[in-house]
Design a protein around this ligand. Structure first.
Ligand code: ADP
Ligand code: GLC
Length: 487
């Protein structure tokens, strides 16, 4: 009999479809299902933000006490399942900490008690296991909000039921680090001896992610190229030395995508369905998107789409700086995004002028699907990109990604070669206005002048194997290695 695969607790701060701010939520909603299919007993714990409706959830009869500061904070535990699966999701419901209408920070401001909020989640995840009488072999934590778990496992929870529990820390985005004043350490109950350079201490303050990176049994990040980039001073966001030190335990595993949610054959959000053998529905999706956005309905003009956070990471500033030059080309562009308020205002006003550009400011799942389905080319000029999911979604919908060759974009897009016809998209290397304008012009020319090559690339892109099964098998290896080290 093969050994039972390690049991895994996913401790995360967001999880689709319940609540998500970005790709982390997508990963947390899909990877556990793929792991369960491999035989892992996998469960998810997350906060119950007030934006998550309680409808259909079961409340556990007993509340949960979570050590915090000098005392305890009590929460209710709600339980549900990831849709279409038996994977249990436990939500810790503490109104004072998570009943605020936002996940991490209020819009345009900071939540000053985030150490308390996410120390509560991290410690609460472990308390929950005791309360369930279920001690996992591995706790899999994600980014800074649950990065204290490996530190807790190696300190306050070192003896006792978790003595053999390993930890895996996945870095989804190294740029997201939260730092807190040293005197707040007491909130976490972690001993002061951890305030040292090879643990939590960072320029005199507390850096939960740094502590997690030192303490985790294994570390992963979301693409092989990003795994290399973060070990350099340019890509390491101040932590490259830590990552280099832990290099032997740092593994890049490319994210997958949820192929049941992002499927042009069944997508409920789009005007028509299609597949690689019959792209006629895609033309209908394009016309419907043009109508929805008030753009001229033209099949001959290439429609460029973009969806994402309006942030420095995504290169939105370069796209906007070049936008007047881009719109001199005979193209159309449809952009969906939210984030920086100034950028939102600029997009709104650009959108009211001319008949080539439309922006939809806000977070809208349906519009995201319609842009993926209706556009010809998907623009993602990220300054850095740990993995990126949209370039994979777009390929599944035959929308060729135009990306900067960085991180996961480098790993998931093959640059078009006009001589051989190979490729699945268009790449630029330098993030400059000139390079962006030139690459957009190149993609537009390929659409117009080489329709057969374009169509062949679309079909090839749609057939790329981006499902979660490959990544899940790699995570299963990492869990086994981590578990073996602790057993
Ligand atoms: P990141 O996590 O850095 O934001 P990813 O590409 O990994 O980037 O994931 C972003 C996810 O969030 C995708 O599922 C994308 O469709 C979604 N998303 C981002 N912005 C919006 C928006 N304004 N409306 C709807 N979905 C969005
Ligand atoms: C982060 C990254 C993004 C990645 C996502 C999921 O938000 O910015 O590149 O795809 O996490 O891992």
């Amino acid at each position: 009999m093969p050994p039972t695969p390690p049991s895994v607790l996913f401790a995360v701060s967001e999880c689709a479809p319940f609540v998500k701010a970005g790709g982390l939520g997508d990963v947390a909603g899909a990877l556990p299902v793929a792991l369960a299919a491999l035989g892992h007993d996998v469960r998810v714990v997350m906060p119950r933000y007030d934006v998550v409706p309680l409808y259909g959830m079961q409340m556990h009869p007993a509340p949960l006490a979570v050590p915090l500061g000098a005392g305890e904070a009590w929460c209710a535990v709600y339980e549900t399942r990831l849709p279409g699966s038996d994977v249990p999701v436990y939500m810790l419901d503490h109104h004072g900490l998570f009943g605020r209408g936002y996940l991490y920070d209020p819009p345009g401001s900071y939540a000053h008690d985030n150490l308390a909020r996410f120390a509560f989640l991290s410690r609460g995840a472990l308390q929950l296991c005791k309360h369930l009488g279920w001690i996992p072999d591995v706790v899999h934590v994600h980014d800074w909000p649950t990065a204290l778990v490996p530190v807790l496992l190696n300190t306050v929870e070192r003896a006792g039921p978790f003595a053999k529990t390993a930890s895996v820390l996945t870095i989804h985005n190294l740029a997201h680090q939260s730092k807190f004043p040293a005197h707040d350490l007491a909130l976490t109950q972690i001993p002061a001896s951890e305030m040292r350079a090879d643990s939590l201490e960072d320029f005199g303050g507390i850096n939960p992610l740094k502590g997690g990176l030192y303490h985790a049994t294994k570390i992963t990040t979301v693409s092989p190229t990003y795994a290399k980039e973060i070990r350099t001073p340019e890509g390491g966001a101040g932590l490259h030395q830590v990552l280099d030190f832990r290099g032997a335990d740092l593994i890049g595993i490319l994210n997958g995508i949820d192929e049941s949610v992002w499927d042009p054959r069944t997508d409920p959000h789009v005007a028509a369905h299609f597949d690689p053998d019959d792209l006629s529905g895609k033309a209908l999706c394009k016309a419907a998107l043009q109508r929805e956005l008030g753009l001229p309905v033209r099949a001959d003009v290439p429609l460029f789409g973009s969806v994402g956070r309006l942030s420095f990471q995504k290169g939105t500033d370069v796209l906007l700086a070049a936008i007047h030059r881009i719109l001199e080309l005979d193209i159309q562009m449809a952009l969906l995004g939210s984030g920086d308020p100034t950028t939102e205002r600029v997009l709104d006003s650009l959108s009211r002028r001319g008949d080539r550009f439309r922006a939809y400011v806000g977070f809208h799942e349906g519009v995201a699907h319609r842009i993926e389905a209706g556009a010809d080319v998907f623009v993602m000029p990220s300054r850095f990109e740990p993995c990126g999911l949209n370039q994979m979604y777009s390929q599944r919908y035959g929308t060729l990604p135009l990306v900067r060759a960085t991180g996961g974009l480098e790993d998931t897009v093959v640059n078009y070669d006009a001589v051989t016809g190979e490729g699945t998209g268009f790449k630029l290397h330098d993030l400059t206005e000139d390079a962006l304008v030139d690459t957009i012009a190149w993609a537009a020319a390929t659409y117009r002048d080489s329709p057969d090559a374009f169509r062949t690339m679309q079909r090839r892109a749609m057939r790329q194997p981006f499902g979660w099964d490959r990544a899940a098998a790699q995570y299963a290896d990492v869990y086994r290695w981590a578990h073996d080290l602790k057993a």
